[in-house]
Design a protein around this ligand. Structure first.
Ligand SMILES: C[S@@+](CC[C@H](N)C(=O)[O-])C[C@H]1O[C@@H](n2cnc3c(N)ncnc32)[C@H](O)[C@@H]1O
Length: 229
């Protein structure tokens, strides 16, 4: 973690303010399969879904109206695009959109059935603290669904990622992000476990990653356990 490139919120917010007018054009098609995979995974659980780093709201029309969606993002210009989309398309299943830092969500514990973050975790200053926050607002039995960059372990791609890292930071993301960071987080986070990792385009540089939160032990079960001890 020590050679991690440092991102700060101000640089990221500035970067996405610049991306907002052209984001859908540049990143619409290229990330489409990942978004569809994340939506399908989220809808297997369904219910109240938090999309963190919702950006221009590009994925919102693709969720079934049977779910309730809440979108948050650090970038006000990106979120303004999302609001225009919600209004124009009459997306009544979108409960709210708010400017919010992914690492400091202003929701009570266990508020959501699913937390989705597509192409976001490697853009935040402290990915592990951000994942902790996702786990906090998730109800027991719920899932965190990510589509996220996984950096190369070795070879030419790793060298290229290292070389491109300073420029990528200005554009608003990290290129280097080893799988061990996700795995280590899941091992250390209480009650969370890895359910799935699946390579996603472009070139398999991204993955669909699902983490499940353990069901709370019901009080009856707890009593039975202590009686049998
Ligand atoms: C690469 S874009 C992904 C947007 C969208 N999820 C998609 O599928 O295209 C990353 C998004 O994360 C947002 N973001 C970056 N850092 C954030 C933070 N700390 N808290 C909330 N959102 C953040 C950016 O403003 C941007 O909208």
């Amino acid at each position: 973690m020590t050679d991690d490139i440092q991102l700060d919120k101000e640089t990221i917010a500035k970067a996405y303010a610049r991306w907002a007018p052209v984001y859908d054009l540049v990143f619409g098609a290229v990330f489409e399969r990942g978004r569809q995979a994340a939506i399908a995974a989220a809808e297997r659980i369904g219910g109240r879904i938090l999309e963190v780093g919702v950006g221009t709201g590009i994925s919102l029309p693709d969720y079934s109206p049977a779910n309730r969606l809440y979108g948050v993002d650090i970038s006000e210009p990106m979120l303004r695009k999302a609001q225009e989309r919600v209004t124009e398309l009459g997306l009544n299943h979108v409960e709210g959109l708010s400017v919010m830092d992914a690492a400091r969500l202003s929701f009570p514990d266990a508020s959501f059935d699913v937390v989705v973050a597509q192409y976001v975790v490697t853009t935040v200053p402290d990915p592990e603290a951000t994942l902790d926050e996702f786990a906090r607002v998730l109800r027991p039995g719920g899932e965190i669904v990510l589509v996220s960059r996984v950096g190369a372990e070795a070879g030419l791609r790793k060298s290229l990622e290292r070389w491109f890292a300073p420029a990528a930071r200005k554009l608003g993301w990290r290129t280097e992000f080893p799988w061990q960071r996700y795995a280590r987080w899941a091992e250390g986070a209480r009650g969370m476990r890895l359910i799935e990792r699946r390579a996603m385009p472009p070139f398999g540089h991204f993955s669909l990653i699902r983490f499940g939160k353990a069901e709370a032990i019901r009080s009856g079960a707890k009593e039975a356990l202590s009686a049998s001890a």
